[in-house]
Design a protein around this ligand. Structure first.
Ligand SMILES: [Mn+2]
Length: 384
């Protein structure tokens, strides 16, 4: 019994406003589905953020339609949950996934919290925000209870867990029920495979580079999907890597070596079949930013899809150090200066109180303040 596990395909995302990047995401998805079909798994699990938005562009919808039809023709059922990107945070609003029900997409939702596929329990729930953690924990308990009747149990979630996402998690590992064999996770874009509960907890990661900071994990672990074999006592997780359509290049160069470094990078880029995205930081020395920008632009604008330059000249670094030494960087002062642009004292007060509580580690009080603010100014109760 084998299945394919993927997540965070973010279809419809037009990175840096570039049409080519939107297409890259579609191409990678297509490639993933073709690879899955070749592997002939028994089913597929998509753990959320199928789309970038809850109202995806038509091209994204068509890409899903075309590829679900291929999977349907191959007799491979697909299970999915909505993630934080493709969920609509409004009561009774429907996720775009519902458009594909007739194509065989099986949507795990509060109304249909689990399916049984060849004796395997596949249950879970769509993304739940941190405000609704009581609801999340109650739902997990209910799922654990029903799952107990089945020999093999898969839990599908789109959540950040404290162990892997220490600042933005919704769920603590200590609160995750331990009786499942495979935790089919989505939300964290890096690849993670860990031992947990009766088996494995796994994030397959995003299928494309959604943010530049995923680059390190991509070079280390690749991107693509997981093939999971549930045949043995422990699930066997095999990452399948998918070649991405174009390269992301991140370079730091010293201003003193600028010209020779530019030549090196240029030579490398000319060996690539698709125009890359280049993120280049020029540092050290006292240089004129606009001159350096022009030099970079002249060298790279024709051979790169996008050029993102950063500058760290020596005088700027010195100035920054002086600022940090003195009290000129008082966070509260800077924050209220900046917030005064909104001309809304409520927002300023909220931000300052949150800063006060959170900088002293008083997370709970901060949450109460934020919830009160939300209820007072935005009305609707989100507790179900
Ligand atoms: Mn995501």
């Amino acid at each position: 019994m084998r299945f394919a596990h993927l997540a965070d395909t973010h279809l419809g995302y037009r990175q840096y406003g570039l049409f080519e990047r939107e297409t890259d995401f579609y191409d990678v998805f297509e490639n993933v589905v073709e690879n899955i079909i070749q592997e002939k798994p028994d089913f597929v699990i998509h753990s959320g953020d199928l789309f970038e938005f809850s109202r995806p562009p038509t091209n994204a919808l068509l890409t899903v339609q075309r590829n679900l039809l291929k999977l349907k023709d191959a007799g491979i059922p697909v299970y999915a949950i909505p993630g934080n990107h493709d969920i609509i945070m409004r009561k009774n609003a429907l996720p775009p996934h519902l458009l594909f029900k007739e194509l065989g997409l099986r949507i795990i939702s509060p109304n249909n919290p689990f399916f049984i596929e060849q004796g395997i329990f596949i249950g879970g729930l769509p993304y739940v925000s941190k405000h609704q953690s009581t609801y999340l924990l109650e739902s997990l308990k209910k799922l654990e209870k029903v799952a107990g009747d089945y020999d093999k149990r898969i839990l599908v979630l789109h959540q950040g867990i404290d162990k892997y996402l220490p600042f933005e998690y919704e769920l603590e590992l200590a609160h995750l029920p331990e009786s499942f064999h495979y935790y089919a996770m989505g939300h964290i874009h890096n690849r993670i495979i860990d031992d947990f509960g009766e088996g494995k907890l796994a994030y397959p990661g995003s299928t494309e580079i959604w943010k530049f900071d995923e680059l390190g994990n991509y070079h280390k672990n690749g991107k693509g999907f997981y093939l999971v074999d549930m045949g043995g006592d422990l699930p066997q997780v095999d990452p399948v890597n998918i070649q991405l359509p174009r390269e992301f290049i991140k370079e730091n160069v010293e201003y003193s070596q600028l010209s020779s470094e530019i030549d090196k990078i240029k030579q490398y880029i000319l060996t690539l079949s698709e125009k890359p995205l280049l993120n280049i930081t020029v540092q050290g020395g006292n240089f004129n930013r606009s001159e350096v920008f022009e030099q970079l632009n002249n060298s790279f604008s024709d051979i790169c899809l996008s050029l993102r330059p950063n500058f760290k000249s020596q005088d700027l670094m010195d100035a920054r150090e002086q600022l940090i030494d003195g009290d000129a960087l008082n966070p509260k002062k800077l924050l209220s200066q900046r917030l005064s642009e909104f001309e809304d004292p409520n927002i300023t007060n909220l931000a300052i109180s949150l800063l006060n509580e959170m900088s002293t580690g008083n997370q709970e009080q901060a949450e109460i303040i934020a919830t009160k603010f939300y209820q007072e100014f935005y009305g609707e109760d989100h507790d179900n």
